[in-house]
Design a protein around this ligand. Structure first.
Ligand SMILES: Nc1ncnc2c1ncn2[C@@H]1O[C@H](COP(=O)(O)OP(=O)(O)OP(=O)(O)O)[C@@H](O)[C@H]1O
Length: 260
């Protein structure tokens, strides 16, 4: 059974201030198989976050259906973990309590929460920082906490919305490598939003390229590249050239529409 299925998804936002509707997503159908790492790629405003938020259950499609593990999505659920661009940690709680926060809501005892958190603290490389507070962490460390928090409930699916966008180049590369290692170890399905072609090619098993607004599925590309990815290899660059051409065509079409 597919992990995620989007069937003929359309999303229209009502812009009440300007008294008009905005077609954000137009008839997108997409299947994500179990253990796949799908990168959603497209220009700013093409609807990547909107699609992700519909899988998360934060937004409802205007038309179409979203199912995860065969069940229709009708709101957020523990089967889907979410990682945002900013880690949104609770500043008054130490690292381990931030990671195990869901367990606190479920009424787990402190010692059990602490033990459950440790496994994920080790997994994301935060050993030694268990009792640090968010203000004492770097951007990359905060994102590690966010990833550990999402993994703790052992979700089928992890949804990531540009989680490394605010990090410096070196930390970003390190985090990408770590994320691939975690994904290989945990065997979960990841949908990862990015506007970086390189990031999509380094991470994904597949890339879904969206058109400029309204977001439609322009092309889905299977990445048959060995890991770790060699960003200088001819095959990597063939994919990159192809995707950049698609994005360039999109930009051109958008400018022609705007000028008409
Ligand atoms: N809650 C909302 N109400 C109204 N319009 C919205 C809402 N959320 C998003 N939009 C609009 O829908 C379109 C798609 O937005 P979305 O954030 O999904 O794009 P994106 O591809 O993730 O962009 P970016 O890469 O810049 O984050 C945009 O035009 C945006 O203004």
């Amino acid at each position: 059974m597919a992990s995620i299925e989007l069937q003929n998804i359309t999303k229209i936002y009502s812009d009440t201030k300007r008294k008009r509707d905005l077609l954000a997503i137009d008839d997108v159908s997409l299947t994500v198989e179990r253990n796949e790492f799908l990168c959603l790629l497209g220009s700013s405003g093409c609807g990547k976050s909107t699609l992700l938020n519909m899988i998360a259950g934060f937004e409802k499609p205007t038309k179409g259906t979203v199912t995860v593990g065969g069940k229709p999505v009708d709101g957020p659920g523990a089967d889907r973990g979410m990682v945002f661009q900013q880690a949104t940690l609770m500043p008054w709680l130490p690292v381990w309590e931030n990671i195990a926060f869901h367990l606190r809501l479920k009424g787990w005892r402190k010692a059990d929460r602490r033990a459950a958190a440790q496994e994920y603290i080790d997994l994301v490389g935060l050993k030694g920082f268990e009792n640090h507070y968010p203000a004492e962490l770097s951007g990359g460390m905060s994102q590690r906490v966010g990833i550990a928090r999402a993994l703790l409930l052992n979700p089928q699916v992890i949804l990531m919305d540009e989680p490394f966008a605010a990090l410096d180049a070196q930390t970003k590369m390190d985090m990408q490598e770590e994320l691939v290692a975690i994904w290989q170890k945990q065997r979960c399905t990841i949908v990862f939003v990015t506007h970086s072609v390189d990031e999509a090619l380094v991470l994904g098993t597949q890339v879904a390229v969206l058109t400029s607004r309204p977001g439609r599925l322009r092309e889905r590309i299977e990445l048959d590249l060995p890991r770790p990815r060699d960003i200088t290899s001819p095959r990597f660059n063939d994919h990159k050239r192809h995707i950049l051409n698609l994005i360039r065509e999109e930009g051109l079409q958008q400018r022609q529409v705007a000028a008409a």
